[in-house]
Design a protein around this ligand. Structure first.
Ligand SMILES: Nc1ncnc2c1ncn2[C@@H]1O[C@H](COP(=O)(O)OP(=O)(O)OP(=O)(O)O)[C@@H](O)[C@H]1O
Length: 910
């Protein structure tokens, strides 16, 4: 369910390792490995993570790294491979993308401690984190523009077949936490709407035959977990403990099954993050029916987030994404995947775009500001999980600064509701935290905190001193020397250094005696050594300075780490405000981006209401249109679509679309579905005008795809999907069906298509578009009152077809399949033969004709005649051509030769 290609790697079922006779280190490894059988174990040794036994074999193959061996266990070599610490994220990313899980095992005690237990004792290690696809936080492992959801599916067994489900999903990289109830019908739609990277489910549910289809569809994304994780009786307690509250009642009234899903998600986060606690927002409920129901097949077919081949390029998302920040892109994707069904909210979003379109200067100013907005939520999560660095703190600083600027841009204006909320949120930011960050953090920051160097000068006097000592010890000593010379008036006084004494003051013997001439002087200048010509002293300040210099570097680092921790804790304490700011900036980004899209692509504001209308004038396909623009091809031909209830009726209409192959039928079908999605996600749409009565369910059966892995043929898949549509489409649904019934014999196909249209008209009574090559079906318009025939227009010119891509009332008379086949480069013989067969078939309608055809026009004889005719003429051309020697020809002779060749060629044609 994600862009990364999941390759099936044969992973052996983990065998339980026997530790008899193992060395202490291998014994420790085996114990930890056996406790984490389903993960590859990254076992920390010095600057490497090492993998052993089967894990080593799997990882070396997956990562393309050398497999070596280390010692023996029970008489056999132990396979081993390793990845260096500093590159571990890259390797982790690869393994996770391939569908593995990794347990990261670190040393959890100081080696000195281990030594105390005996020279041979092994440093204690433990798993500090399980890295799974749904629980990632590192920048390198995450796509900036994609959410990374972990989802928990809980089930409450019903008395009959009607089980009740709940889904809870978390993005621990941002803290987003949502929950909704679901039922058997909705379940797959709800899951695919969220598009989780990992879905956990009780093993009993995972293996339930009723859910087998869904689990198969989810593939590796679905991960069975012990059923105890989903225990609803312990749920409320676990949630309260996680949020450190006495009761969850204040969170809202969640149902039992919702609580079970929420608690399972939390339990899994705890299980994988071991001891670290991500700053999760409180779970927010989404209501059933508040978003458009789009089943998984429709989502895939309409290529909303990615194309059928899994690429983002070519998807609707890519075509409309003008956001400038990662969080903005994530919010846009979320809105695209969940178009709304309540007009008020849609209208609010459209009002925002409308407002911005009238304020182009504001729009550009916001866009420019947002370009520098960092990913606040992800930085915050890393800090809370103790995986953050100075740049994450800087991200909060920049994020807060951008927020302030955005707020002041919005201040004092009469804003539409959505932007007013953005302004309001941004005005409640923790200003003192921002000034703390500004004073504490330097400008250029290192990636890691461990070496220090991120605190600003002037923030903490002691730190400045320590750094000065560390970096400028020579200058500090010289200053002290100058001060002493002045104080003692001994111009030859020097401060020197050697390994035995460290820093000392040196004067000649005469001056030395003078220095300790009085008891006060003696107390100040402490004698260290007398040489032949010189005496050496120290002073309490010099001794102090000396130890300060020695400790300065260490102390500076300690101070910086303390400051880091303080800022980190402060950040976590402001988690809610920071997350709200991040969200407000994302809303601003999406709004500005949609306004930008509307202008640059010439989109219009749709009217979305509670009627049954579906009236689009001059609609365009957002993706195909842009592709044509890029190729500088002929412009996209805009088309109307009107499925509004015909006069005197209350239900939507059906358009039966016939037309030539390549005429633009599929494009037209899809563009109308996409316009409905865009309108209901609150975007302007590619059309001259559009009125859309809320679509509550969208179904499309377009394009062929077989599902051989699940044992279904192309035709079977088509029928399963059609069945789902006919069983589920409500009156408010929009149904798009493309060439139903083409995967079987003509009569079977026609009959199924026929009956399907009748059923849609009489039973589902919803707005529908139905494209077909069965021209016989156009007769249905005489019988079905709300059905209209439309066709894609073509022109024939000199025996060629020209596709006008224009929709018109009426029915097509033919499909021009043979012409299209010729354009596609089918061998001439096949095209000729097809023309002849078509001609014969069109001559008479009686079924006996086909038999006669076999007798009349045996294919091979045609091909044979054709070959006999063409080959000798080709040879003749060659003979004439080879008799011509261009170097010997005068221009006149060359022209004659050309005429001769042309004459032979023309003979071939005739
Ligand atoms: N309205 C349009 N304006 C310009 N070009 C279009 C338009 N509609 C379609 N096209 C172009 O025509 C090509 C064929 O369109 P499409 O696949 O929709 O045809 P079709 O009628 O469904 O064909 P088939 O019946 O063979 O599946 C598209 O790739 C697109 O480039």
């Amino acid at each position: 369910m994600n862009d990364q290609t999941i390759i099936d790697i044969p992973t052996k079922p983990s065998t339980v390792l026997d530790k008899t006779g193992a060395t202490p280190m291998i014994e420790q490894f085996i114990e930890i490995k056996n406790a984490n059988p389903d993960s590859l174990l990254f076992y920390r040794m010095g600057d490497f993570y090492e993998l052993f036994f089967d894990d080593a074999e799997i990882a070396s193959r997956a990562l393309g790294i050398t497999l070596t061996k280390r010692g023996k266990h029970q008489g056999e070599d132990i396979p081993m491979c390793g990845v260096p610490m500093h590159a571990a994220d890259d390797y982790l990313q690869k393994l996770i993308a391939l569908g593995h899980r990794v347990a990261v095992c670190e040393q959890v005690e100081d080696p000195a401690e281990a030594k105390k237990r005996g020279a041979k004792s092994v440093v204690r290690r433990d798993v500090v984190r399980l890295v799974t696809p749904g629980t990632l936080t590192e920048d390198k492992l995450l796509e900036p523009s994609q959410s990374n959801f972990l989802m928990a599916l809980a089930r409450l067994k019903g008395s009959s077949d009607d089980d009740l489900f709940a889904l809870a999903w978390i993005d621990i990289s941002t803290g987003v936490f949502r929950v909704c109830e679901s039922n058997g019908d909705q379940l797959s739609s709800d899951i695919f709407r969220v598009d989780p990277r990992e879905l956990i489910v009780a093993d009993t549910v995972f293996h339930d035959p009723k859910l087998r289809g869904l689990m198969d569809m989810l593939g590796r994304v679905a991960v069975p977990q012990p059923a105890i994780l989903f225990d609803s009786s312990a749920a409320a307690g676990r949630i309260a403990r996680f949020y450190d509250v006495s009761t969850v009642d204040s969170f809202g009234a969640f149902s039992r099954v919702e609580l079970a899903a929420i608690s399972a998600a939390i339990a899994y986060v705890e299980k994988t993050q071991i001891g670290e606690r991500p700053p999760l927002a409180r779970p927010e409920r989404e209501h059933i029916g508040s978003t458009m129901f789009i089943d998984p097949a429709t989502r895939a077919n309409l290529e909303l987030l990615r194309t059928l081949s899994g690429k983002r390029e070519g998807s609707l998302f890519k075509a409309i994404d003008c956001t400038v920040t990662g969080p903005g892109a994530r919010l846009l994707a979320e809105r695209l995947m969940a178009p709304l069904t309540k007009t008020e909210e849609i209208t609010q979003r459209l009002d925002t775009i409308d407002f911005l379109l009238h304020e182009p200067d504001l729009c550009e100013a916001l866009r420019a500001l947002l370009k520098s907005a960092p990913d606040i939520a992800r930085a915050l999560s890393r800090l809370a999980l103790n995986r953050g660095g100075p740049r994450d703190l800087a991200a909060l600083r920049e994020g807060l600064m951008v927020s302030t600027s955005v707020q002041s841009r919005l201040d004092g204006r009469n804003l539409p509701a959505e932007l007013d909320r953005v302004r309001e949120t941004l005005s409640r930011l923790p200003a003192d935290f921002l000034s703390h960050l500004q004073s504490a953090l330097d400008e250029d920051l290192p990636l890691l905190k461990r070496d220090g160097g991120f605190c600003a000068k002037g923030y903490l006097t002691e730190l400045d001193e320590m750094r000065a000592l560390r970096d400028e010890s020579r200058r500090v000593i010289a200053e002290m020397e100058r001060a002493l010379v002045e104080e003692t008036s001994i111009r030859a006084l020097k401060i020197r250094h050697n390994n035995m004494l460290g820093y000392y003051i040196e004067v000649n013997a005469t001056h030395g005696e003078a220095l300790i001439g009085s008891p006060e002087m003696k107390a100040r200048f402490i004698h260290r050594q007398t040489m032949v010509n010189a005496m050496r002293f120290t002073t309490p300040e010099l001794a102090d300075l000396e130890s300060k210099i020695a400790n300065a570097a260490g102390r500076a680092l300690t101070l910086e780490l303390e400051i880091f921790e303080k800022l980190q804790m402060e950040a976590v304490s402001h988690a809610d405000a920071l997350r709200s700011a991040a969200n407000a900036l994302a809303v601003a980004d999406v709004s500005v981006a949609l306004a930008h899209l509307a202008v640059s692509q010439n989109y219009c504001r749709p009217t979305v209401d509670d009627s049954m209308a579906f009236a689009i004038e001059g609609g365009r396909h957002p993706v195909v249109e842009q592709a044509l623009q890029r190729q500088a091809e002929t412009p996209f031909v805009a088309n109307d679509c009107d499925l509004s209830p015909p006069a005197g009726t209350t239900n939507g209409a059906i358009w039966l679309l016939t037309g030539p192959n390549m005429g633009g039928k599929s494009t037209f079908l899809r563009q109308n579905a996409l316009i409905a999605i865009l309108a209901q996600m609150g975007s302007y749409v590619p059309a001259r005008s559009a009125q859309i009565g809320i679509v509550d369910r969208l179904f499309s059966r377009v394009g062929a795809s077989d599902d051989l892995a699940r044992g279904r043929s192309t035709f079977m898949v088509e029928m399963v999907e059609t069945a789902a549509i006919l069983n589920q489409a409500s009156e408010r649904a929009l149904v798009i069906l493309d060439e139903i019934g083409r995967g079987t014999s003509t009569f079977d196909g026609l009959s199924i298509a026929w009956a399907t249209v009748e059923f849609l008209h009489e039973q589902n009574r919803c707005r529908s578009l139905f494209a077909t090559h069965f021209h016989e079906m156009t007769a249905l318009s005489q019988k079905l009152a709300r059905l209209d025939n439309v066709t894609m227009r073509v022109k024939e010119w000199n025996g060629e077809v020209i596709f006008l891509h224009e929709i018109a009332k009426g029915a097509a008379d033919r499909s021009y399949g043979v012409q299209v086949a010729r354009l596609a480069g089918l061998p001439d013989a096949v095209v000729e033969r097809a023309r002849a067969v078509l001609h014969q078939l069109e001559e008479g309608e009686d079924s006996g004709k086909a038999d006669k055809l076999v007798d009349d026009l045996p294919l091979f004889s045609v091909a044979e005649t054709k070959r006999q005719q063409t080959v000798p003429q080709a040879d003749e051309l060659r003979v004439v051509l080879s008799s011509v020697n261009p170097d010997d020809l005068s221009p006149r002779e060359a022209l004659d030769a050309l005429y001769r060749l042309k004459a032979v060629a023309d003979k071939k044609k005739n």
